[in-house]
Ligand binder design. Structure first.
Ligand SMILES: CCCC/C=C\CC(=O)SCCNC(=O)CCNC(=O)[C@H](O)C(C)(C)COP(=O)(O)OP(=O)(O)OC[C@H]1O[C@@H](n2cnc3c(N)ncnc32)[C@H](O)[C@@H]1OP(=O)(O)O
Length: 243
């Protein structure tokens, strides 16, 4: 699957809806046992959640957006397929979350790229299921530091802490992902799927049982004046940096 939402694959409501529907089709297709997730945009895997979906929007619209973010995470994290992330660019915040839902992460070895959950840098707080996905990936202590600082890691640093599993030159990323997929698909599906579910089920069940309060939480947090102000400042910083 190639992410195509120019310019930076930000995760808008429309894009998330289309992504989930495409993933669902693959999930139901019994001939499809694995997916390689990559970006069709240069230099960026995904810029994370579309900040415009959280800035100046009505509570109803924010709620609809957050449900779509939850759905994307639930579909990816609980997928029966082998999902390999071929991270061919920067992957901050929601982009890092998306990568962490995959079974294996291969990143392009380019020091200009970065990956991590940088929410605190925007003045917002990663919800419990973002936090738990990271704990499940890199461990508690590393997550504590990473989340409080809103740390973005270079590919080498990400490999050191286990946030990605392998670095390769960018032009070899799909070939490496394909070789890795062959290895994963050699394991009998039922045994691998049960094992995957055993590892991830507690975190998935937790969000499933708290979906509505999590939406309410997000809406009441994101629509607060100081949070809107922080997002506005961050957006203008992004635009200024460009000019
Ligand atoms: C309770 C709340 C919990 C919320 C949980 C998760 C939050 C998130 O996921 S918030 C999103 C966090 N994302 C970021 O901080 C990334 C911001 N973007 C960047 O750092 C860079 O854009 C990036 C490294 C991805 C790419 O750099 P460039 O290739 O140099 O592109 P530009 O910076 O010039 O960006 C092009 C264009 O896109 C706009 N943009 C970038 N990111 C986003 C985004 N996440 N949402 C919306 N729009 C984004 C950027 O402003 C530029 O716009 P124009 O100036 O209008 O062209």
């Amino acid at each position: 699957m190639t992410l195509q939402n120019p310019p930076v694959n930000s995760l808008s409501l429309d894009f998330l809806t289309e992504f989930c529907s495409a993933l669902e089709k693959l999930e139901m297709d019994k001939s499809c046992r694995g997916v390689i997730l990559t970006s069709g945009q240069p230099k960026v895997f995904s810029a994370g959640l579309d900040i415009m979906e959280m800035y100046g929007k009505s509570p109803e619209r924010c709620g609809e957006f957050w449900r779509a973010v939850q759905e994307m995470w639930l579909k990816l994290y609980s997928s029966n397929m082998v999902i390999i992330a071929a991270i061919n660019g920067s992957s901050p915040a929601g982009g890092c979350l998306m990568s962490m839902t995959c079974d294996y992460r291969i990143m392009a070895d380019n020091p200009r790229y970065s990956i991590g959950l940088n929410e605190t840098q925007l003045g917002i707080v990663a919800p419990f299921w973002f936090k738990e996905t990271m704990v499940n990936t890199v461990g508690h202590r590393t997550t504590e530091i990473a989340l409080q600082l809103g740390q973005l890691y270079s590919p080498t640093e990400a490999l050191d802490i286990g946030l990605v599993d392998k670095l390769v030159p960018e032009d070899q990323i799909i070939a490496t992902a394909t070789q890795t997929m062959t290895k994963w698909l050699a394991v009998p599906d039922h045994a691998r799927q049960i094992t995957k579910s055993m590892m991830r089920k507690p975190t998935i069940d937790k969000l499933m049982s708290k979906r509505e309060p999590d939406i309410q939480n997000f809406v009441s947090f994101i629509t607060k004046d100081p949070i809107q102000k922080s997002l506005g400042l961050y957006l203008s910083m992004l635009k200024k940096r460009k000019s």
